[in-house]
Design a binder for this molecule. Structure first.
Ligand code: UDP
Ligand code: MG
Length: 319
């Protein structure tokens, strides 16, 4: 429910150890939103930063309490949970997500809103020239392709967080209980009229990327297994194919034994094949484990994040 006095636009920003970049973000974000001229609120979620980010956010809240709200997590729950918390507390009719590191220029927000004016409920983005390492660019292009094949989610550029969502989509996201999710993909699955536009992309203003290779792999795993059971099906298909091939192979060996006589040299080929099968089996078990782990997480239904406190004007409080 949106109150009559609610801001039209909510900007949700996850913050994790960004103390060096935050002042520059404030210096560009607030003027950019003021220039748009509609009512807005900015919701920062401090995702358990170990630097001074929380203090910097608190100062900023004191400077602009009319439009600033800060959610303080009491631990690090990840970028997507930070955005989730922002979604649950925001009140705008339109919601924009943004990274705190200034890689997504805040000036682009007005372009996203212009697309929503045309009736789109989801505005995705494609980074015009991506300012990341070559490895990150190639890896994410490959993951994009794979994801497009096995899920029904069509995103040219899955990595860019500068996106706009309608209230309906955010309400739908809020009603899901996914404990590990990828917000742009989840939002896309609820969208009726999605669109993608090109946006600029800049170098990180300060600090370094919070995503290690391991975290990136985990994120892509979330994306694949969270939105499709195709990985399981592919595995069964491969399993069936290998089974058929090995039956053929056994028949071949039996005939060969009758015609040519017993063979000993081929022993190592058999070893090779056995190891291959063991590999596949282990992979399968791992994949099953991944899904079962998710079921386990979901069944436990632990709180997805813990909020330590919220800084907001009494008049801003959500009822
Ligand atoms: N972030 C977060 N929690 C985390 C990791 C990242 O809230 O555990 C925030 C981070 O502060 C930034 C955004 O998520 O605003 C994107 O992170 P980053 O720029 O490190 O990712 P990259 O641009 O390298 O994909
Ligand atoms: Mg970044």
């Amino acid at each position: 429910m949106i109150a009559p006095s609610a801001p039209l636009l909510s900007v949700v920003i996850p913050v994790y150890n960004e103390e060096d970049g935050l002042p520059a973000l404030f210096a560009r974000l607030y003027p950019a939103l003021d220039a748009i001229g509609c009512g807005y609120e900015i919701i920062f979620t401090n995702d358990g930063s170990s630097d001074r980010s929380a203090a910097v956010l608190r100062e900023q809240f004191q400077k602009r309490p009319d439009v600033t709200r800060v959610i303080l997590f009491n631990g690090n729950f990840g970028q997507h949970m930070a955005i989730m918390a922002g979604f649950e507390h925001c009140r705008g009719a339109r919601i924009v997500t943004l990274d705190a590191d200034l890689q997504n220029p805040p000036e682009e927000i007005s372009n996203l809103l212009a697309e929503m004016d045309k009736g789109h409920d989801y505005v995705g983005t494609i980074r015009r020239i991506r300012q990341d390492s070559a490895f990150r660019r190639y890896a994410s292009r490959a993951m994009n392709k794979l994801r497009e094949r096995i899920t029904s989610i069509k995103m040219t550029d899955q990595g860019c967080m500068l996106r706009a969502y309608s209230r309906g989509i955010v309400d739908a996201i809020n009603s899901t209980r996914d404990s590990s999710t990828y917000i742009p993909a989840l939002a896309y699955s609820f969208a009726r009229r999605p669109v993608e536009i090109e946006v600029a992309h800049e170098e990180r203003f300060a600090g370094e990327s919070k995503y290690s290779l391991y975290k990136l792999i985990q994120l892509n795993f979330d994306l694949m297994t969270g939105f499709s059971t195709a990985p399981l099906q592919v595995f069964s298909l491969v399993g069936i194919m290998i089974a058929i091939l090995s039956i053929g192979f056994v028949v071949f060996l039996a005939i060969r034994r009758l015609v040519v006589g017993p063979e000993a040299e081929g022993l190592f080929t058999l070893f090779g094949i056995a190891f291959f099968l063991i590999g596949i089996t282990l992979f399968g078990i791992g994949l099953l484990g991944e899904y079962i782990g998710r079921i386990y997480e979901q069944v436990r239904s632990r709180p997805r994040y813990m909020i330590e406190g919220i800084l907001e004007n009494p008049s801003q409080q959500k009822d």
